[in-house]
Design a binder for this molecule. Structure first.
Ligand code: GCU
Length: 618
């Protein structure tokens, strides 16, 4: 483990925040002094104005804000100056009250779907960390306005149930380390915890003993951590326990914990990731994307005021391309959070470059088209780990930075966010800044083309989720099918098919319902089409599949050339080049495996006569 903390996008903050900075206001004062010295800036006054809360104002040489607002104002002031766009007058406040990072860290030190090394705070069944390094991570989070850190996996493996029990003093010490940065601690808990850890014979949400157990537990946690943010729960999902065991619904389950947290001002974040993971692949009636809406829509209005329903951005599971989750558009009387995934589980695993802000912008546009529901929080699965650059790939840091900016202001332009990250991290200006910004801006489109264009999902290698395997999830129980035959591919999710489309409001139903108005990128998600079907651009479907894969690989090759020409500093340059070679290998595999799969199945040749690796007998 390399413990030397890198300063990432904050190279001008060249002194560690001292351990005796105990509050965000003290941190703000320290950061302002350090930053102004290193950037040679005139130092503004700081003015604490609690009514501004997390918001800040910069005006007439003064930065004002509430306790954490002041800290955010200082970072905004310094980062703007370092990015070459100093602020004289401005004010800002966050769009969402909770801006959360969900870490899937296990106490043995492993990280579920982690691609940046091991946990930054757990090892061998206990807490183990370098406080200097953790303060640096907390500083990174605070600098982009992130204010909640959930430190353990939603799949709560032992001994993590003890984080609110025998490990509570250690949990409290970690919370204290985050506090000066305005970052509040959250924990994932297991719904059956009263049984597995509390010795009760049941975890039934309507049982009085169970209710008392959660209340006592919450009282104990808040006695140790007064600013504890709340609890996160994955229930009745992928074999996790939940209220269904007792014939109770998810509002009853969520409200149980929410009522225990309420006297302390805590929130209960309840994940809406519920589906049948034991489906028979022969069953074409059950359509996994429909499951969350079917579970939660009837419960709208039944969740307590301090419950937040956390819904993944799409109805499946963080695929490269999915439509917006209809559940987000169907719960007007429920507090909602959208869950994104910075960990690149299906999007290149921090080997392939994949910058996410352009995708998040599209999600917001879709939300608006679907009726503009007012979310109250944003959450993202963490991409942090103990590797020296903390995000696995030095460029994957753009997603942590970008998520903070996005959760503060979802209208922030992706290009501006990414260009700022490039300038702050590497000091690039002019053409160099533009070249790296463009490479990152296009990275998702390139990845989508060489892996899963046109709304094709789940052709990925099972379990690891890296690399192609067109039939890997086709005959499994996870509800993950493309149903390619020699004639056609895709799933009809319109009224003539599974009926999934009917879960959307009218505007999106219309747009996706007709293959003529459905964007190409979602065609095979919503429609089943023959290979000879002519796309709006005049090419057949099969030709588009081939062309997109060839283009995706060719564009990845161009990315590699651009990257090699950039004056990146070490060690980022060597790391990025090494990973780019792996990305090219991956892109070539995807291109050839998918093209070969469809060519062999359909018997269709490539109109341009390229090698499809299909071994046609004739
Ligand atoms: C995916 C992922 C799992 C994770 C799950 C979740 O299925 O592969 O590792 O536990 O999502 O979000 O809960």
């Amino acid at each position: 483990m390399n413990t030397a903390p890198r300063r990432h996008w904050l190279p001008f903050l060249n002194k560690e925040v001292p351990a005796d900075c105990a509050t965000p206001t003290e941190t703000a004062a320290f950061e302002l002094k350090t930053g102004c010295e290193s950037l040679r800036l005139r130092m503004p006054e700081l003015e604490l104005r609690s009514e501004l809360g997390e918001g800040w104002r910069i005006s007439g040489g003064t930065i004002s804000g509430g306790e954490t607002g002041l800290l955010y104002g200082v970072y905004a002031y310094l980062m703007a100056a370092a990015a070459g766009k100093p602020i004289a007058e401005a004010e800002s406040r966050p769009r969402y009250a909770l801006r959360m990072i969900n870490c899937w860290d296990n106490m043995d030190g492993s990280v579920e779907r982690g691609y940046s090394g091991r946990s930054l705070w757990f090892r061998d069944g206990r807490f183990s960390y370098d406080p200097v390094r953790l303060r640096q991570v907390a500083r990174m989070l605070a600098s982009v306005g992130l204010n909640v850190l959930c430190i353990n996996n939603v799949n709560v493996h032992e001994p993590a149930q003890g984080l609110i029990d025998e490990f509570l003093p250690d949990t409290a010490r970690l919370a204290a380390l985050l506090r000066p940065f305005g970052v509040r601690l959250m924990l994932s808990v297991d719904f059956s915890q009263p049984m597995r850890h509390g010795g009760l014979p049941t975890a039934d949400p309507l049982n009085k003993e169970v209710q008392r157990w959660w209340r006592d537990t919450a009282d104990r946690v808040y006695a140790a951590i007064p600013d504890f943010a709340g609890l996160l729960v994955k229930a009745d999902s992928e074999h996790r326990p939940g209220p269904f065991t007792y014939g109770r619904n998810h509002a009853e389950g969520a409200n149980l914990l929410a009522r225990a947290l309420k006297p302390h001002g805590g929130v209960l974040v309840w994940r809406a990731f519920v589906y049948n993971c034991q489906q028979d692949w022969r069953d074409t009636k059950t359509d996994r994307p429909m499951a969350a809406y079917e579970t939660y829509h009837p419960l709208d209005g039944q969740f307590d005021g301090n419950v937040i329903l956390q819904v993944k951005n799409g109805p499946f599971d963080f695929q490269v391309r999915e439509p917006i989750s209809p559940t987000l558009l169907a719960m007007p009387r429920t507090n909602l959070a959208m869950e994104l995934q910075l960990a690149q589980e299906y999007t290149g695993q921090q080997t392939d470059i994949y910058a996410m802000n352009p995708m998040w912008k599209e999600l917001m546009e879709e939300l608006r088209e679907g009726g503009d529901p007012q979310l109250c929080a944003m959450a993202a699965v963490s991409n942090l780990g103990d590797e020296s650059c903390v995000t696995g790939h030095p460029f994957a840091a753009v997603n942590l930075f970008g998520f903070g900016r996005f959760a503060w202001d979802p209208a922030a332009e992706p290009e501006r966010v990414i260009a700022d990250w490039v300038r702050l991290t590497y000091g690039f200006e002019g053409e160099t800044q533009a070249a790296l910004t463009a490479l990152l801006m296009n990275s998702r489109a390139v990845y989508e083309k060489y892996t899963a264009p046109l709304g094709l999902n789940w052709m990925v290698t099972p379990n690891s989720h890296y690399g192609p395997n067109p039939s890997g999830y086709e005959y499994q129980s996870w509800g993950t099918y493309h149903r390619a035959t020699r004639e056609a591919v895709g799933i009809d999710r319109t009224d003539s098919g599974t009926g999934y489309l009917s879960q959307y409001p009218a505007a999106l139903r219309e747009k996706y319902g007709s293959a003529d108005t459905c964007p190409d990128s979602l065609l095979l998600f919503f429609h089943r089409r023959r290979y000879g079907w002519v796309m709006p651009d005049g090419r057949t479907l099969i030709q588009r599949i081939y062309d997109d894969h060839f283009e995706g690989y060719a564009e990845a090759e161009k990315m590699a050339e651009t990257l090699a020409a950039l004056p990146l500093p070490e060690p980022d340059r060597s790391e990025a080049l090494r990973k780019m070679a792996l990305q090219l290998h991956n892109a070539r595999e995807w291109r050839d495996v998918i093209n070969s799969f469809f060519a062999r199945l359909s018997g269709c040749a490539d109109a341009q006569g390229r090698d499809l690796c299909a071994d046609f007998d004739d």
